[in-house]
Design a protein around this ligand. Structure first.
Ligand SMILES: [Ca+2]
Ligand SMILES: [Ca+2]
Length: 631
């Protein structure tokens, strides 16, 4: 028994030793795991770099990682000064303000972070700033903007149609699905655009939108520093800008300060509790109404809902009152401008952004890039509600507007009422332009017949190409910066819903039956509209007066609307005949503007008209005449 006991004990003692060893090992791994879990770790730093010689040279780095608490930061160089470390309650984040010395040389600077949890270092590259005159040119009324929905324009690279980790892959049969268009597709058609005669391209947002579905439109960003891989890459975007500049074309970025997609990594781990207005489960929806914002009689809660409400349940409203959000957004914008060399910004849902932030944001960008231009989307039809947004506005506001350019939904509304309504009158256009006294700079309004959010003009016109041509003539000869939606130059109709109004450009996609980018691939009607549009654009580029000249108009008589554009010695008379029938137009009411001129040249036909005594010009029904006043 004793033996047995001894044996028993002996076996137990062996077991005990094994158990002890196991326990020690387990404890060791637990301690290692514990220490490791407590360790300071950095995974992302934004912005990823900055540049030498920038006016904005104190940068707030958003550091993302683990156990970022009780940090001390040191810089490897006196050229990069650590100004302050901000540590929110959430230890996944730290904000480090660094000042880049004006004399700093381009280099990969090192910032070391240390705490009781360890030490780590991060690389902060400061790059030499490019000084090219081609870049950051701004845009103005000398330009004509061509708006592209990139998913629907041209698929230049089918290898990015399906990307691992991105559930919304190409499905052309789905109206709200991705169709495969990309940045390469735009690069491939830059020569087409130059030949058409537009000068500037505005592309709907290209940043990553890794949402579960309906991602093609680009307005639900999930990474503000990365081009969506289904469109290309950051480098390809910069290449698109330089390829555009080589061809004399400018590029406008479509940008969203107001909201992000709910799949953005912030949503699962908010840097601060007030990073958003509301939460994913508890937020107000936007009213989608703008007049209330300037209406002196409107209710304060109504106003608050307009700026703090969510655009949709999948688009989280950012709280730009939080200074860290504000810094992040401003730096992000300047980073893209400097990285890519773009020429301007179209800012989405401008009235929904915090009023103080948006104006400071504009001012900072315009200070960094004085030649730049920013157009804010202000989707409201009455000029009285659009005008207060423009820089220099005469209308009193608590916060001074700094936005240089505004979308002209007022004139758009007038174009619809004139050309689409069967009983519409050209008086709508006259009346709207007569309200230009409201704007400090009417020529810095972006004018249009359609865009990616509103029914295509050709659909509204029920395919009436004659009316389309008249509307295009009016758009391209009145004041402002005209904007065309892709494929309006071939009279694309699209459909009523967003998915079909943003139809694919025929020929931009593999296995398309025809290629409407080429003359032989277009129908006779498409060629007719294309050639007309190209000729109009050519005329606009020939006459400086049509781009930047003064605008003098006469009240319409019998649906005939006449106006004069003048730039120095150059003068152009435009007459819009908004009648189905041919009209003989008496020029005597315009004697003062004609100033005893003897010769007119029809810019469309080249025909000359010698003036003497009682003068008339004849215009076919639903046509416009552009006449150069030769002498
Ligand atoms: Ca593609
Ligand atoms: Ca908002």
């Amino acid at each position: 028994m004793i033996k047995n006991d001894r044996n028993y004990f002996s076996i137990d003692s062996k077991r005990l030793i094994v158990i002890c060893k196991r326990t020690i090992l387990l404890l060791f791994f637990t301690v290692v795991q514990y220490l490791s879990a407590q360790q300071l770790r950095v995974t992302t730093v934004e912005p990823p770099n900055w540049w030498t010689g920038m006016k904005l040279n104190t940068i707030q780095l958003m550091v993302y990682g683990e156990n970022l608490k009780n940090l001390k930061a040191t810089s490897s160089s006196s050229d990069i000064k650590i100004v302050r470390i901000h540590q929110p309650e959430n230890t996944s984040y730290a904000f480090i303000d660094v000042e880049i010395s004006p004399s700093a040389k381009p280099a990969d600077y090192k910032i070391t972070l240390a705490s009781k949890q360890g030490t780590t270092s991060l690389k902060f590259p400061v790059i030499k700033r490019k000084k090219s005159q081609d870049e950051h040119q701004g845009f103005n009324s000398s330009d004509v903007i061509y708006l592209i929905t990139p998913d629907r324009f041209a698929n230049g690279d089918t290898t990015n149609d399906r990307v691992a980790g991105m559930p919304d892959a190409v499905n052309r049969s789905e109206r709200s699905g991705r169709h495969g268009g990309d940045i390469q597709g735009i690069i491939d058609h830059l020569d087409y655009l130059r030949d058409l005669g537009i000068t500037t391209i505005w592309i709907n947002p290209l940043v990553e939108n890794n949402m579960d579905r309906v991602t093609y439109h680009g307005y639900a960003a999930t990474d503000l520093y990365a081009i969506d891989r289904r469109f290309g890459s950051n480098e390809l975007y910069a290449q698109l800008v330089s390829e555009s500049h080589k061809r004399g074309l400018k590029v406008i970025i479509d940008h969203v300060n107001n909201h992000i997609g709910t799949n953005h990594r912030w949503i699962q781990n908010l840097p601060t509790v007030d990073w958003l207005n509301g939460t994913t489960v508890n937020h107000q929806r936007s009213f989608h109404s703008k007049p209330e914002l300037d209406d002196i009689h409107s209710d304060s809660l109504t106003k608050q809902k307009a700026t703090n409400g969510w655009f949709s349940n999948h688009m989280a409203d950012l709280n730009q009152k939080n200074p860290f959000v504000a810094n992040y957004l401003t730096q992000n914008m300047i980073w893209w401008i400097e990285f890519s060399g773009i020429d301007g910004i179209r800012e989405d849902t401008y009235p929904y952004i915090d009023p103080q932030f948006r104006e400071t944001w504009c001012k900072t960008i315009m200070n960094e890039y004085p030649r730049f231009n920013i157009v804010g989307e202000v989707w409201v039809q009455d000029p009285a509600f659009i005008a207060p947004y423009q820089r220099g506005s005469y209308i009193p506001r608590t916060i001074k507007p700094e936005l240089p350019a505004v979308t002209d939904f007022g004139l758009y509304d007038a174009f619809l009422k004139t050309f689409v309504d069967s009983t519409g009158s050209i008086w709508n256009v006259f009346n709207t332009l007569a309200k230009d006294f409201l704007y400090p700079e009417p020529n810095n309004l972006v004018t249009f017949l359609d865009n990616h959010d509103i029914t295509r003009v050709m659909y509204s016109l029920k395919g009436d190409s004659k009316k389309l041509k008249l509307a295009l003539t009016t758009l391209l000869t009145t004041r402002g910066i005209p904007q065309l939606l892709y494929a309006t130059e071939i009279g694309m109709k699209g459909g009523k819903d967003d998915g079909t109004l943003r139809s694919d450009f025929p020929g931009g996609f593999p296995n398309d039956q025809r290629n409407a980018f080429t003359e032989s691939g277009r129908t006779a009607e498409e060629n007719d509209i294309f050639n007309f549009t190209r000729q109009l654009l050519k005329i606009r580029s020939t006459y400086k007066s049509l781009q930047t000249g003064t605008f003098i108009h006469f009240k319409p008589v019998n649906e005939v609307y006449a106006y004069f554009r003048t730039a120095q010695s150059e003068r152009v008379m435009v007459i819009i005949n908004h009648n189905a029938e041919k009209q003989t137009i008496d020029l005597s009411p315009f004697t003062h503007q004609l100033q005893g001129s003897m010769l007119l040249r029809n810019a469309m036909t080249g025909n000359e008209i010698i003036l003497s005594g009682n003068n008339n010009v004849e215009l076919d029904g639903m046509t416009g005449g552009i006449f150069e006043i030769v002498r």
